[in-house]
Design a protein around this ligand. Structure first.
Ligand code: ATP
Ligand code: MG
Ligand code: FE
Length: 345
């Protein structure tokens, strides 16, 4: 079946077509430049940009795939979590298409879709698998029994998400928004051992209660203090070393806890997804540590890691293939949809 996927949870309008696990077209428009001068996504600006982009992206995706709207067998859309007004645009478009074409509608979880993106690169997920989801708004360890039906949350962040920490630290270092890719670039010139930044929730007593949880706000504060101390003493801030040491601290914790989760649950497969998966050091260290631990690692190509319609179509396609019942036409835009809820009602 040919599945259309629509993504509009944040600042990317993504529309894609997938057949089985094959990506046929993936059109993405981003309003990121419009938010840059505010240092973060402005919800009203994002919603308006989605309204303007949704029809052009639909047209582009169909043209790219060489398909007409009537060829579509099912419509999948991000139901949540995300910005309410932004989600509403995609959900409304999906409902209209589903109704007009008389095809089933699947409201899917954006976070499960991030994890599912990899099927387009490497085929069906090994199940069960442990998944590490690292994005702008979320950081979770998940136990995936069936990506279309059953996902359990092993842990999450108690404060900032990993991507959020990257963006905040970038701001302190005067790097442009969004900061993740800039920190990654600058860090390549720095020494990751120059400064020993804290590894949140990895000490013995924290591990007892928060084994698979994350905390990045202490790390962020520690970077801020360090930069302030430089400025107070009139020393230049060694931006590359700070970026490299910060990145190392984040990635060290993410990979350690992910591998620990695999060991505790006796699972030898780790899937990584979400925008922060674009991080070069995360990819390298995960590879190194998984190889040591005998865990097989799956990470999608970078363009599938950040927000797009392809991952939404991929998850919708899994639902169709596994006979999951469709959502109703009054499915909500659910800004706080829990990560363990794969499909909207
Ligand atoms: P969510 O998926 O939680 O709703 P989101 O959709 O805004 O949030 P994504 O698009 O998945 O998030 O990811 C964006 C985040 O990824 C930003 O915080 C960005 O800084 C971060 N990011 C992108 N590339 C890199 C990189 N190379 N290194 C670190 N972080 C990165
Ligand atoms: Mg974005
Ligand atoms: Fe995302």
């Amino acid at each position: 079946p040919l599945v259309l996927g629509i993504e509009s949870s944040c600042d990317e309008t993504g529309i894609a077509l997938v057949r089985g696990n094959t990506l046929l077209a993936d059109a993405v428009a981003s309003s990121v430049d419009e938010h840059a001068r505010f240092g973060g996504v402005v919800p009203e600006v994002a919603s308006r940009a989605h309204l303007e982009a949704v029809v052009p992206m639909l047209t582009r995706a169909c043209a790219e795939a060489g398909h007409a709207l009537r060829d579509i067998d099912a419509v999948a859309v991000t139901s949540g979590p995300g910005l309410a007004g932004a989600l509403m645009v995609g959900v409304s478009a999906a409902k209209a298409l589903s109704w007009a074409l008389d095809k089933p509608l699947y409201g899917v979880n954006h976070l499960a879709a991030h994890v599912c993106a990899d099927v387009l690169d490497h085929g069906p997920l090994p199940e069960p698998t442990v998944a590490l989801l690292v994005s702008g708004g979320h950081t979770n360890l998940l136990l995936v029994r069936d990506i279309a039906v059953e996902v359990h949350e092993l842990g999450g962040t108690v404060d900032d998400a990993a991507g959020e920490a990257f963006d905040k630290v970038a701001r302190v270092l005067n790097l442009p928004y969004p900061g993740g890719p800039h920190i990654d670039r600058v860090a390549a010139e720095g020494d990751p051992r120059a400064i020993r930044f804290p590894r949140g929730l990895t000490a013995g007593k924290d591990m007892e209660r928060h084994r698979f949880d994350f905390s990045f706000s202490g790390l962020k504060t520690s970077v801020v203090r360090w930069v302030e101390a430089c400025e107070r003493d009139g020393r230049p801030v060694p931006v590359a070393d700070v970026a490299a040491s910060f990145r190392e601290a984040v990635v060290d914790v993410l990979t350690r806890k992910a591998i620990d989760a695999c060991k505790v649950h006796g699972i030898n497969d780790l899937q990584i997804g979400g925008g922060v998966t674009a991080n070069t050091r995360l990819r390298a260290l995960a590879e190194e540590r998984c190889a040591q631990a005998g865990i097989s690692l799956r990470v999608p190509q970078i363009r599938l890691c950040t927000d797009n319609g392809a991952m939404v179509a991929a998850l919708g396609s899994q639902m169709v293939q596994r006979g999951v019942s469709p959502s109703s036409l009054d499915l909500p835009a659910d800004s706080s949809m829990p990560v363990s809820q794969v499909r909207a009602g």
